[in-house]
Ligand binder design. Structure first.
Ligand code: SF4
Length: 102
């Protein structure tokens, strides 16, 4: 395969992957605090509202956007989380699984 054709094929595959990724994100539902798994993990849409007596691990400044498990891009208002498959979490959220992004 010549380089030009190879480039066009790769471009097509890349575009298809981007479309699938954006479609998966569009299909994902926002995670709610009422979700039983989220509730058990102390999930809050606004990390500053965490019940610190129940979840003393929380420290000011921790939020989903700074979590290693957050899959949104920098600057996104929300994104997928690898703990809550198929759900979207806000960049400002928090749960007890929070781990500092490297
Ligand atoms: Fe947010 Fe991280 Fe908890 Fe996912 S695991 S909800 S990104 S704090």
């Amino acid at each position: 395969m010549n380089n030009r054709r190879k480039f066009i094929v790769q471009l097509g595959l890349g575009s298809a992957a981007a479309v699938l990724a954006s479609r998966a994100m569009a299909d994902a539902a926002p995670l709610t605090e009422a979700d039983p798994q989220a509730s058990a993990m102390g999930f809050k849409l606004d990390g500053t509202k965490v019940d610190k007596t129940k979840f003393p691990k929380y420290a000011a400044g921790q939020q989903c956007s700074g979590c290693a498990l957050y899959q949104g891009k920098a600057g996104d208002k929300s994104g997928p989380c690898s703990v809550f498959a198929g759900k979207i979490v806000p960049a400002t959220g928090w749960c007890n699984v929070w781990a500092k992004k490297a």
